[in-house]
Design a protein around this ligand. Structure first.
Ligand code: NAD
Ligand code: MG
Length: 299
């Protein structure tokens, strides 16, 4: 059992060191293998219990960060996974797919720009073909570009953030529905920002609030089809989002201090929430948001 094994009892605050990141910049979307330090996706720690045996999952943004950790955890729980990512993230995607295949599961890479509705529909069709069906959709891809003043937040950025974070969620979910049998699960990714919007992330935070709201409505609509819809809302987590424009230099230096634990979360700590919500253990849970943020309490 490694020291950060998810079943190891002990002080959760001490499970990981502070990240204390050196200030670093990458163009959007950022590649994880160039980060200092590289985030922990649970490669050496996640142990599955067969909770998703034979399930087939599409995970957007499954190449890195939270989505990458979810892909690895799902595979170790027995699921086959298709991951969507941007073409420039091929190397991060390959790292995750190696882990998926090492778990003995099928891993499919689907380079896609999800800001386009036709591309979202093709993504779902390709995932269904590559996996032989679909049971779980994880809407996880997202963009976050900090802009200090609203006057400098241009219309194109505002729209692109909503296209990737919200519209693609709608397009992908709608395209997936004909393939989802009773017992299927849709899980989207909101944020602490849905409740506590940072002043320099207006478009991002509003998009995350929209995801929460959309999912709660959809959960009710799809209940009689036996499809559960839930949300995971992470707190500050060390991922490529931060180094590709998501936070200011000042915020990056103090990234650990944002959280009540006084350390950033790691993707490996967020992934188990998705496993739980995807699994049949969560049969009576739909329309819920599971906050995974180390005591940064939300309303
Ligand atoms: P990440 O950069 O590792 O993952 C985001 C992914 O989004 C990228 O890997 C990329 O593949 C995908 N993406 C972005 N634009 C895309 C586009 N146009 N087409 C297709 N894919 C696109 O960072 P992460 O932090 O793991 O982000 C995953 C999710 O978690 C996001 O929705 C993010 O908003 C959310 N989140 C992150 C934090 C945090 O602190 N890291 C906190 C709360 C919520
Ligand atoms: Mg990535």
């Amino acid at each position: 059992m490694s020291s950060n094994d998810q079943f190891a009892p002990g002080d959760p605050v001490a499970r990981y060191q502070r990240v204390e990141p050196p200030v670093q910049h990458q163009p959007e979307p950022g590649v994880q293998y160039e980060m200092q330090p590289v985030p922990d996706l649970g490669e050496s720690s996640y142990r599955g219990l067969g909770r998703l045996t034979g399930r087939r999952a599409l995970i957007t943004g499954g190449d890195s960060g939270i989505g990458g950790a979810v892909a690895i955890a799902f595979a170790r729980e027995g699921a086959d996974v298709a991951i969507a990512h941007l073409p420039e993230e091929a190397s991060d995607a390959e790292h995750v797919l190696e882990q998926v295949r090492a778990a003995g599961r099928t891993g499919v890479s689907l380079p896609t720009d999800i800001s386009d509705p036709a591309a979202c529909r093709k993504l779902v069709a390709d995932a269904v073909e590559g996996l032989g069906g679909l049971d779980i959709v994880v809407n996880n891809a997202g963009r976050q570009i900090a802009v200090e003043n609203v006057e400098d937040l241009d219309d194109e950025q505002f729209e692109q953030t909503f296209r990737v974070n919200v519209f693609a969620n709608f397009w992908i979910t709608k395209a997936a529905l004909p393939h989802l049998a009773p017992g299927s699960a849709i899980i989207s990714t909101a944020s602490l920002e849905a409740y506590q919007p940072a002043p320099d992330r207006l478009d991002y935070a509003a998009s995350k609030a929209a995801i929460n709201n959309l999912s709660k409505g959809l959960a009710q609509q799809l209940a009689d089809r036996g499809i559960r819809v839930n949300v995971v809302a992470p707190g500050p987590t060390w991922t490529a989002l931060q180094v590709s424009g998501g936070v200011s230099d000042e915020q990056m230096r103090a990234f650990d201090d944002e959280s009540t634990y006084q350390r950033a979360g790691q993707p490996a700590e967020i992934a188990p929430a998705y496993v739980f919500l995807a699994s049949a253990e969560a049969s009576y849970i739909s329309g819920e948001t599971l906050n995974v943020n180390g005591a940064m309490v939300t309303p």
